[in-house]
Write a protein of this length. Structure first.
Lengths: 276, 276
């Protein structure tokens, strides 16, 4: 079984679903947030009354997920003709670990226009993977080819800040056919922006993430197990938190998903920068 | 009482809060979504155990809000040392109308960097308000000065598509001191992107919106009742839905909030465009 399928494997247990964290996606102190988000999306998709396709999912990371078993509770909140709303929560014992909401919708044909621009970058085959061995298990679950914005350590406090923008080809490792679960997982697979800008390994963690899906199953089938081009950027690092906006493009130029998140960062050393 | 305070006025009634829709913020078929979001944020902020400042709020519009009374249910999901999570729902009778989640956090001092760029535009005093009388009540609740991207009707189907980007100075009308409630309300005050791009008055509606706050109370006090510069853009219009990303800047160059939303659009007539 592919590690992502193992990480999102759920069993029905009465009114709830049960699953378990995956060492293959381990991060600093818990599982990679993308895999957790994928498990919650999986739970909503498996709801017996679910109809249509995911269009929006928000996940709030309330507490670190402890290694081991977790429960997921899916609550159908509203079902209309073409849209459907769920609230989904993860608990461990009596503790709420995650709150989330997901929206499903039918996707009619009609006006189509991509006002965003896919960056023109080298194809993934022309880019070497990073040379350093990944320090965390989850990073090895992606084949990443950085077209721009690979994080660079800043040697000195007065060195210029790094760019907040990254362009990186990504696919699941081992390769896996693209679906909504993989897309949700991948929407969190960018290194934290504060790490890029500060050029330091500091404490970071996503607190809330929202992913919007702009594709249907035919678009995903077209991708197969090919790379997506991920673009991530940030607008602000302020008062202990930073934002991130991300775009996931198919090689053929379809914008499959967009995502934004807020993450906390704690940098004990003061670093000079734009004080505005 | 200011119309926004009236629209977000809540009374405690046992375990829930009650409020009522405001004609002053009326939209096509219900109240303006921003005012509804502001009422839900107000509900979370009034929770007796609320601590710290709003940092992220997601609202899912499950069904049109009917004119009249509504109930809001606030559930404290998790309270940590520096972050706190609520689930907030609006109901009318037995129907779920809104699901939402909100996150509060303490905002420590430390590294500060604005990687986004505030556009260099004319000051609001040099820009006339739109000449046409606003067709909907909520539009009159904002003093809007379009620096760029005022929506233009497309006369013919083969006319070029409009730009998805808008830069607009906005303040509450009548003027009101900036706070988190006003910021939440304003983060939804952009005209729908499909309307700008298609240049037609078509059926649109927000289905899900997330706003991130990058400010504290001192930043808001600095704004007073001055204009904010709102920037809105979109990446894609596909299969009946479009995205929107927005930035709200103080005149002094502080990025106070960022927001994204997905909205549906239904255009019966086929409009030529980028078929990619």
């Amino acid at each position: 079984m592919h590690p992502l399928d193992a990480a999102t494997k759920l069993e029905t247990s009465g009114e709830k679903l049960t699953g378990a964290t995956s060492d293959a996606y381990w991060n600093f102190t818990g599982p990679f947030g993308g895999a957790t988000a994928a498990a919650l999306l999986q739970a909503a998709m498996q709801h017996p009354k679910r109809q249509n396709l995911p269009i929006a999912m928000t996940i709030n990371y309330c507490a670190p997920v402890a290694k081991g078993a977790f429960d997921i509770h899916v609550s159908e909140k509203r079902t209309n003709r073409s849209t459907q709303h769920f609230a989904v929560e993860m608990t461990q014992g009596a503790d709420t670990i995650i709150t989330s909401t997901s929206v499903f919708a039918s996707r009619p044909e009609g006006f189509f226009h991509t006002s965003g621009k896919m960056p023109d970058v080298l194809p993934p085959e022309k880019i070497d993977p990073p040379k350093a061995k990944a320090p965390l298990a989850w990073i090895d679950r992606f084949d990443m080819r950085f077209a721009s914005g690979f994080p660079v350590m800043r040697g000195k406090d007065d060195a210029p800040l790094g760019s907040a923008r990254t362009e990186v080809w990504m696919r699941d490792e081992p390769r896996r056919k693209m679906d909504f679960i993989s897309l949700m997982n991948m929407s969190d697979a960018f290194f934290a922006r504060p790490f890029h800008v500060l050029g330091r390994l500091i404490t970071v963690g996503t607190i809330s993430m929202t992913t919007y899906f702009h594709c249907d199953e035919a678009d995903l089938a077209e991708v197969g197990d090919d790379y997506l081009l991920g673009v991530a950027d940030a607008s602000i690092f302020a008062k202990g938190y930073a934002d991130q906006t991300a775009w996931l493009w198919s090689r053929g130029g379809k914008l499959l998903a967009t995502s934004q998140q807020m993450l906390y960062f704690r940098d004990k050393a003061f670093v000079p920068g734009d004080k505005k």
